[in-house]
Design a protein around this ligand. Structure first.
Ligand code: SF4
Length: 434
């Protein structure tokens, strides 16, 4: 059977899609690059915001239009939370929530009698296998845990993903080594709340996230290791010594959500803006050139003009390398959805614009500080149709999350090169390979 896979939303969804692709291939099926070739399309949906749920519905319709003969299976957070809405669209063959995602291959085979020719091992990437999603061969997203035990009042993800569960350490080490063996240069550890890794089994020290990071650095041949989003309170200050190993990317994505203490309290976030600033300062002191990126939510219920301005001032002062701004959207079933003083959409829109402008400004200042410096870039690929005078336009990332582009005649794909950063451009920088 030919399978087309698509993922929306976060890096965790992406890592699960990669895992599903491996399972399909190992069960003897073929993963294809276009919808038109497929006998089965699988969509991994997102429901984190109202917009994300809308995009999930759009993607279902688009897949259906692109290939009306293929079977369509929908999974992910939107499928977990609102399966009936998906069924009501009327053109989906199978809806499977997050709980059934790991058994999706078996379910598909059983449901439609479409047996492949392989073993179907769950996490098994045999070192000899080529990873089946071509566009994802430079950075591998490896899931280390699922679920979250916190109670942020706006968050649907913890409802959609359930309680915190850690993946066994030996499985993660094996997957990292397998991904490295098939050519991945960078591994990104993903999950819903990665800082809680190991806590469900009461493990601390060696069994914690930091013990896992240390074990990956010591026992695998990973060339670059990156953490995806980590809650600021999980940034245990002892762990900062791990960045003495230059393979650990100098990049921390610490979701702030708001720079105003009163808003943070209503959000159920257990820190103040001052604590957040202290964590960032400690990280900057310990890790030179570290990129601190963040998420900010605007228009949370009860956010007054004064609260918003406090948050905006804080964001401007923090000098984030990148700021993802989200307009609050009420998710049914969360405490914030029924809070009083919901902010009107036009106000949210204006605040979002102002916050994004502040984010763009500090991102540009962060990039400017690297002009003339030489950093290592992992080249991900070239832009389609970008060739001029036998040179293609390549795009890649430094370990501290600077997007770099260059014109180059050589094949740079999936290589790491020392690159001089020579100019600012768009959302990144221009570089010259040394
Ligand atoms: S830490 Fe908060 S925002 Fe993050 S997944 Fe858990 S409940 Fe949601």
């Amino acid at each position: 059977m030919k399978v087309y896979l698509q993922s929306l939303g976060c890096k965790l969804n992406q890592s699960e899609l990669e895992s599903l692709a491996c399972q399909f291939v190992q069960a003897g099926h073929t993963v294809v690059d276009t919808v038109r070739e497929a006998d089965l399309c699988v969509l991994n949906t997102c429901a984190v915001t109202h917009t994300a749920a809308g995009k999930s519905r759009q993607a279902i319709r688009r897949l259906r239009r692109a290939n009306s003969d293929a079977r369509l299976a929908v999974t992910g957070c939107y499928a977990q939370m609102w399966p009936q809405e998906i069924r009501d669209l009327g053109n989906v063959d199978l809806v499977v929530g997050n709980e059934g995602k790991e058994q999706l291959v078996e379910r598909v085979e059983k449901e439609w009698g479409l047996k492949g020719q392989g073993s179907g091992r769950a996490w098994g990437l045999s070192p000899a296998s080529r990873f089946p999603i071509p566009q994802a061969r430079t950075r591998a997203f490896v899931k280390i845990q699922d679920g979250c035990d916190n109670h942020c009042t706006y968050c649907i993800v913890r409802v959609a993903r359930g309680r915190q569960r850690s993946r066994p350490r030996r499985d993660i080490l094996a997957e990292v080594e397998a991904r490295v063996a098939v050519g991945y240069q960078e591994v990104v550890l993903t999950g819903v709340h990665i800082g809680a890794y190991g806590r469900d089994s009461g493990r601390q020290g060696d069994g914690s996230l930091w013990g896992l990071v240390e074990a990956i650095l010591m026992r695998t041949h990973v060339r670059r290791l990156r953490l995806s989003s980590i809650e600021p309170w999980d940034l245990d200050l002892d762990c900062l010594r791990l960045w003495e190993d230059s393979r650990l990317c100098r990049h921390l994505h610490l979701p702030l959500q708001s720079g105003c203490d009163a808003t943070l309290q209503r959000m159920g976030r257990s820190y103040t803006a001052g604590r957040f600033a202290a964590w960032v300062e400690a990280a900057r002191e310990a890790i030179s050139d570290v990129a601190i990126t963040t998420d900010v939510l605007v228009g949370f219920p009860g956010e007054s003009e004064a609260e918003f301005n406090e948050s905006l001032r804080f964001v401007k002062a923090m000098g984030f390398a990148r700021t993802h701004v989200f307009k609050y959207s009420a998710r049914p079933g969360t405490p914030a959805a029924t809070m009083p003083d919901q902010v009107p959409p036009p106000v949210k829109k204006a605040r979002s614009r102002a916050m994004m402008e502040a984010g763009r400004h500090s991102a540009q200042a962060f990039r400017r500080a690297f002009l003339g410096r030489t950093l290592e870039v992992l080249w991900e690929g070239q832009r389609k149709g970008s060739e001029s005078e036998h040179k293609a336009l390549w795009s890649g990332l430094t370990d501290n999350y600077l997007r770099v582009r260059t014109q180059e005649g050589r094949d740079l794909s999936n290589t790491i090169t020392r690159t001089r950063l020579i100019a600012l451009g768009g959302d990144g920088m221009w570089g010259e390979v040394c």
